[in-house]
Design a protein around this ligand. Structure first.
Ligand SMILES: *[C@@H]1O[C@H](CO)[C@@H](O)[C@H](O)[C@H]1NC(C)=O
Ligand SMILES: [Cu+2]
Length: 269
């Protein structure tokens, strides 16, 4: 049987989408201060601009990390062979970080997730040493994917730093997972980006339980291998449980105790 026109069109489409439409970060605003984002073309500048975002020379194609790489922290933590940014942005605990992408294709629907990893010195941190706790997650709600909301908000995602975490430096891991081909094995596409921050004025010294990058996801968990064309409304966001501040966890505990309604992974409400 010959290679059909449909197969050829699908192949051309897949190749085109792997190089063209994806974005990278365009700008990062930390507590209202604008910071330059990393651009993969920086590798051709000498000296390369120093920024708070991690460098990823392999990201010239604006490509993704695939599920077969989930066991490799040097890929899934902060994108392929990424290395620490030279600068660090200061943010107050409870403060806000606005992360803007250059563009995002409407077809690449999926969740947006944000994590923090506590580090001594973010500028010399290594992917394989990062231990992440999740501070923000959005999947499918009210007929909208998180990526639809990001596109509608000028390609921008807003992350609030927990008010109760310990002061010090962290690597913020911001990630979109595109699920348009996730009905097949190894079909999900992870787009992680890392940003160096220093948290000041934290309300307490909470040190949430954290997970190494190579343990964040498995290739076949419900939120990674999923048919979004049939199962969007029951979508389960992947990765470890969301960290919520002590007060929120107390409310979740009371609700669970009284109503027996608590989720296994309590969410913010
Ligand atoms: C969207 O972002 C661009 C680039 O950062 C900015 O110039 C523009 O004013 C923003 N648009 C809105 C509606 O905020
Ligand atoms: Cu694509």
């Amino acid at each position: 049987m010959s290679f059909s026109k449909i197969q050829a069109a699908a192949l051309v489409g897949a190749l085109a989408s792997s190089v063209s439409a994806h974005g990278h970060l365009n700008a990062i605003s930390v507590d209202g201060t604008a910071y330059t984002a990393y651009d993969p073309s920086f590798q051709y500048q000498s000296p390369a601009p120093e920024v708070i975002e991690w460098s990823c020379p392999e990201c010239l194609d604006n490509g993704y990390v695939e599920p077969s790489m989930y066991g490799d922290a040097t890929k899934i933590a902060c994108h392929k062979d990424a290395t620490a940014g030279a600068k660090v942005a200061s943010v107050k605990a409870g403060g806000k970080i606005e992360i803007q992408w250059t563009t995002w294709p409407d077809s690449h629907k999926g969740p947006v997730l944000d994590y923090l990893a506590k580090v001594d010195d973010a500028t010399s941190a290594k992917s394989s040493d990062l231990q992440f706790f999740k501070i923000d997650e959005a999947g499918y709600e009210s007929d909208q994917w998180a990526t639809d909301k990001l596109i509608a908000n000028n390609q921008t995602w807003s992350v609030t730093i927990p008010a109760d975490i310990a002061d010090g430096q962290y690597v913020l891991r911001h990630e979109i997972i595109a699920l348009h081909s996730a009905q097949q094995e190894n079909g999900a596409q992870n787009y992680p980006k890392c940003i160096n921050i220093e948290v000041t004025g934290g309300g307490s010294s909470a040190s949430p339980t954290a997970t190494a990058a190579d343990k964040l996801y498995t290739e076949t968990e419900a939120g990674i291998m999923v048919n979004i064309y049939t199962d969007a409304s029951s979508y389960e966001i992947p990765g470890p449980a969301l960290y919520s501040s002590a007060a929120k966890r107390f409310v979740a505990f009371v609700k669970k105790s009284i109503f027996g309604l608590g989720r296994e992974h309590p969410r913010e409400f």
